[in-house]
Design a protein around this ligand. Structure first.
Ligand code: NAD
Length: 703
């Protein structure tokens, strides 16, 4: 298949991309396009060319699946294609509708003319994958719209309305309709001008007019350094633009290529590309029969109007899905409704919502106190207290009152979803929907597949997550599911290092320098230290946790639950979220260390980071072995979206691979040999040992 459609309109050839859904510029399309251009160039019956998209879009850019592979370089590469296009002796007009993004826009910039529909959008989003526009974008765009504008477009990486550029030479015309007619007319006029001896307009021939080039670029660099700290692409974009503006177009192209390759092989772009694919992969469910049909969800009920219930309800209201909110008593119900209204009023104040929308959303909310009032809904999400006996009561009642065929979901964070399902006579309809707090803000949703959850219930949950703008990751049933099961290991290591001699401040500072949004102790203070304490007490009681976390327990016994009590691992001042080191906590730590009588040692920042991150990785690998997670990249998504893992490091599993699994296993063995170490935990997971010895990666490919 050539991936282009060639036709003519009088003496104008119309070349239409045929690479659905978004005409990405993979090898086959590039090859077909070049052949079509050569045909038009040689055909004496043709005076000019119009390039156009299909499926209502021009082109969304390069084929990202080719990135980093030889396919990307397979001739004609995009830069080569663009040079050929620019060098045509007959005028080429890009007719842009829908999107012209990345390589798609760079292709259009290489045409002699551009016409766009007013509704079209253009942009250079490469920066989002840690790259720069590598097919002439850093050279042609500044020549068409000026240095400052071009840098802004490339650093923003967003699709922008063509109207923003209507007055620049970027577009010859912006039209409401009949795009092809306008483009063909322009091609004819341009061909006539060529015949009368006028040269074809080419972006490369335009002079860059910028009297304060150096100062402007330096200013852009300073801003980029603060805004994009760990990301090298924005600075590389500015460098490439300045280089080409100071030297020449051709020198600029060479510099652009050099910088592009450097970024492509760098760790940040590799991580960002991994994240891009990981997010897409997360919605795929292995082994799901293709004929599985999702159930329709038109009405939702949420049980429990506390912190989570209200946040969960907001997600559905925002998506236009009516919600019935059920509570045990009127007071709690009123409080819940007021909390939801408060969230919307906050958005109204910030100008994120207008009064009409606020009213429409609140109209979709129906507070209720009795189960029969929710009997006919399609989905129930339970968010009551985290106690099995309370959940049991709720699910037994749901089973007898809610219509057959409805999905019964629990938002439990630690309890056994299979046990909860067994309280009903329809375990196939029961699933875990683990939202993260604040549920109306956090994008992550762990979809917990019970042993008996039916495929269509799972498919419904995944489809619904998209409607409420969440990124869903499937987890099997285990204590803590993917995210919290791993974080318990991480927190335990943090505590262990305090026992050994590190301070909470040092530990937080070290992982924050690594890139975590917040260290474990600051995170505990934000989330509430009492949550972990309750879980520990339950585990001490049932014998599943034998080692007492003496310091953490003592902090809670003192009522230091975190920011909400004005004191936790740190001290807080009223109205100020800054964490100040606490002498009380230092005293508690000192006393506990003395009582334990173990020798203290200095722990360096590298050991702190490795022990915390590799604790996540080892548990992650066990989660994979047990098939709790479907794939390593799902674990990365959980950590990037739910736990503040630095995006530019790609998530814990990707990060481990970037260090090589051999090195990770070696470090784990070294940790096992430390005095007082949890040797069983630091035994590298069998999967890590196996992959390290086979030099393979978690996703099955070569490392
Ligand atoms: P919460 O205490 O804020 O709210 C619980 C609400 O449930 C209260 O308003 C209570 O009146 C109501 N309730 C209790 N029994 C009820 C019953 N039988 N029928 C109807 N309503 C009842 O608790 P939360 O933080 O919102 O947690 C709720 C659930 O969400 C728990 O299972 C918890 O583990 C889980 N969860 C919490 C978080 C978090 O960060 N808070 C995160 C993920 C999941």
């Amino acid at each position: 298949m050539t991936k282009v459609d060639y036709s003519s309109r009088g003496r104008i050839a119309v070349i239409a991309f045929q690479s659905p859904p978004v005409n990405s510029l993979g090898f086959a399309l590039r090859q077909g396009l070049l052949a079509a251009l050569e045909r038009a160039e040689q055909d004496p019956a043709i005076d000019g060319v119009v390039l156009t998209g299909s499926n209502a879009t021009f082109s969304a850019g390069a084929d990202i699946r080719e990135f980093g592979s030889t396919e990307m370089l397979r001739g004609p590469s995009l830069p080569t294609l663009n040079s050929c296009l620019e060098g045509m002796s007959k005028p080429v007009v890009a007719a842009i509708e829908g999107m012209a993004l990345g390589g798609g826009l760079e292709l259009a910039l290489s045409c002699h003319h551009r016409v766009a529909l007013t509704s079209a959008k253009v942009g250079l989003p490469e920066v989002k994958l840690g790259l720069l526009p590598g097919a002439g974008g850093t050279q042609r765009l500044p020549r068409l719209i000026g240095i400052e504008g071009a840098i802004n477009v490339m650093l923003a990486g967003e699709p922008l309305a063509v109207g923003l550029f209507a007055k620049s030479p970027l577009f010859d015309q912006v039209v409401e309709s009949d795009l092809l007619g306008a483009a063909a007319g322009l091609a004819e006029a341009s061909a006539a001008a060529v015949k009368s001896g006028k040269p074809l307009p080419r972006a490369r021939d335009l002079r860059v007019r910028e009297p304060d080039l150096q100062a402007l670029c330096q200013f852009a660099r300073n801003t980029a350094k603060t805004a994009f700290k760990e990301y090298p692409a924005p600075l590389a974009i500015i460098d490439a633009v300045q280089f080409g503006a100071e030297k020449s177009f051709d020198a600029g192209l060479l510099e652009e290529r050099r910088l592009f390759e450097q970024l492509m092989n760098g760790s940040v772009s590799k991580a960002l590309r991994h994240v891009f694919f990981a997010e897409r992969a997360a919605s795929r469910i292995d082994g799901m029969p293709t004929e599985t049909k999702a159930r329709e969800i038109r009405q939702v009920a949420v049980i429990g109007a506390g912190t989570m219930g209200t946040g969960i309800a907001i997600n559905f209201l925002n998506a236009g899905i009516p919600v019935r909110l059920l509570e045990v008593g009127k007071e709690a119900l009123d409080r819940g409704v007021a909390r939801i209204r408060e969230v919307y009023e906050g958005q109204l104040k910030k100008g994120k919502l207008d009064a009409a929308k606020l009213a429409a959303r609140m109209d979709l909310l129906k507070p209720v106190l009795e189960y029969p009032a929710i009997a006919d809904v399609d989905l129930v999400i339970e968010a009551v207290f985290e106690e099995m006996s309370v959940k049991e009561k709720v699910f037994r009642t749901l089973d007898t009152t809610i219509r057959q065929g409805a999905i019964l979901a629990t938002n439990t964070s630690t309890l056994d979803v299979d046990r909860i399902a067994a309280f009903t006579a329809r375990p196939q309809d029961v699933i875990g929907l683990h939202f993260f707090s604040p549920a109306n803000v956090m994008r992550l949703l762990e979809v917990v597949r019970g042993a008996k959850t039916s495929p269509d219930v799972l498919a419904t949950a995944m489809a619904l997550s998209k409607k409420i703008k969440k990124t869903a990751v499937v987890s099997g049933v285990c204590d803590g599911f993917i995210g919290n099961r791993m974080i318990h290991r991480y927190s335990a290591q943090a505590m262990q290092m305090v026992d050994e001699g590190a301070s909470p401040e040092q530990i937080d500072r070290a992982v924050e320098k690594f890139g975590f949004a917040m260290g474990p102790f600051r995170m505990g203070d934000l989330a509430g230290n009492d949550i972990g304490w309750l879980i520990r007490k339950r585990k001490y009681a049932d014998g599943s946790l034998t080692e007492r976390q003496v310091i953490a327990d003592k902090i809670c016994e003192l009522g230091r639950f975190g920011q909400k009590t004005g004191a936790g691992w740190y001290d807080y001042k009223k109205g100020d979220r800054t964490a100040y080191p606490s002498t009380v906590v230092a005293g508690v730590i000192d006393e506990a260390r003395k009582a334990a009588g173990r020798p203290l040692r200095k722990i360096d920042d590298r050991e702190i980071v490795d022990r915390l991150v590799f604790a996540l990785v080892n548990e992650g690998a066990r989660i994979l072995e047990e098939k709790i997670a479907q794939r390593a990249s799902d674990i990365d998504v959980v950590y990037l979206m739910g736990y503040g893992f630095p995006v530019w490091r790609g998530g814990p599993m990707h990060y481990a691979e970037s260090q090589t699994l051999y090195e990770v296993a070696r470090r784990m063995r070294a940790f096992a040999a430390l005095p007082g170490a949890d040797t069983k935990f630091w035994q590298p997971a069998a999967l890590i040992e196996k992959l390290a010895s086979e030099v393979r990666s978690f996703n099955g490919g070569a490392a």
